[in-house]
Ligand binder design. Structure first.
Ligand SMILES: [Fe+2]
Ligand SMILES: [Fe+2]
Length: 293
């Protein structure tokens, strides 16, 4: 397919592909992208960074790139790479128009606006912090720094999907978003599934890289030594650490009763995998403070 011309048939097919992504975009973000797209001297770097912090739009562009609309060989393993391929196409304008309409018009967003705002900011912060930690400790095997950003962005993508599916899931979102290890048992008990498994299935259907999918599945299970794939094990450790560090700065669901020593003791395998000690953790928190300020 040419990136400039899209047929009606391709557009219909694209809409079908994208209809499986039942997560709303941040309206202000989409409005800003739309504004930039309409300029004659549009800044694609700016558009890329706006898309890459939006879970729903990132999922859409990755899914599009992976489903043969674009002449791209092999699975895409970086959100940046997917965005660069998609944002210059007419198809992207259609994605933005639909996302904007959905974000502004859907009644459910109004009802769940506070939840979505927490979800958007939590995902963005964990993504940025995952990048910081990945640069510091290094990635392993087939993973890249970009995949750490991606895993951080998508780790809780099952949360809005659960909200769409179960009307009383909203009561659960604090424990779901804060990485508490007990959250999964509670969700399984109540809903017969949980946001990690649901997010894993969604991520696989969007064709995210396998280590990213595995990280989504295990991000509430601190016993990461049982993850066989070294790439996924490292990535999971990075995202768990990133979540802990960002939550310390007043993001959603922070458990202020939990001491640093307690977290470290219950996440020994994460500390071991990343080869970090308590004082390294304090350093990371200082870096996070600068990042999140
Ligand atoms: Fe979670
Ligand atoms: Fe989270």
């Amino acid at each position: 397919m040419s990136n400039d011309v899209i047929t009606q048939k391709e557009l219909t097919h694209a809409k079908k592909v994208l209809s499986s992504i039942t997560i709303f975009s941040q309206p202000n973000n989409v409005i800003e992208i739309n504004r930039e797209l309409r300029k004659s001297d549009r800044d694609f770097g700016k558009i890329n960074s706006l898309v890459s912090k939006d879970v729903a739009l990132s999922a859409k562009v990755i899914k599009l790139v992976n489903t043969s609309f674009f002449d791209f060989k092999g699975p895409v393993d970086s959100t940046q790479q997917a965005i660069n391929l998609v944002i210059k196409s007419n198809l992207f304008k259609s994605v933005i128009a639909t996302s904007l309409r959905d974000a502004l018009e859907k009644e459910e967003l109004g009802k769940y606006r506070a939840m979505y705002e927490e979800f958007w900011s939590h995902s963005e912060l964990v993504s940025a912090m995952s990048g910081v930690i990945a640069r510091r400790v290094g990635v392993v095997g087939v993973t890249t720094i970009d995949q750490a950003l991606m895993a951080g962005l998508f780790h809780d993508c099952g949360v809005p999907i659960m909200v769409n599916q179960f009307s009383d899931y909203i009561e659960m979102i604090n424990t779901a978003l804060n990485g508490e290890t007990s959250a999964i048992a509670v969700e399984n008990d109540r809903f017969d599934t949980n946001h990690c498994d649901v997010g894993y299935v969604a991520a696989q259907s969007w064709a995210l890289p396998e280590p990213v999918c595995q990280t989504i599945r295990v991000h509430h299970d601190a016993d990461i030594k049982k993850i066989e794939d070294p790439s996924a094990r490292r990535l999971s450790g990075i995202v768990m650490m990133a979540e802990h560090v960002t939550l310390a700065y007043g993001s959603v669901g922070y458990n202020s009763m939990e001491t640093e020593e307690h977290w470290v003791a219950s996440h020994m395998e994460v500390m071991k995998e990343l080869d970090l000690n308590l004082s390294d953790l304090q350093d990371l928190k200082e870096e996070a403070f600068e990042l999140l300020a």
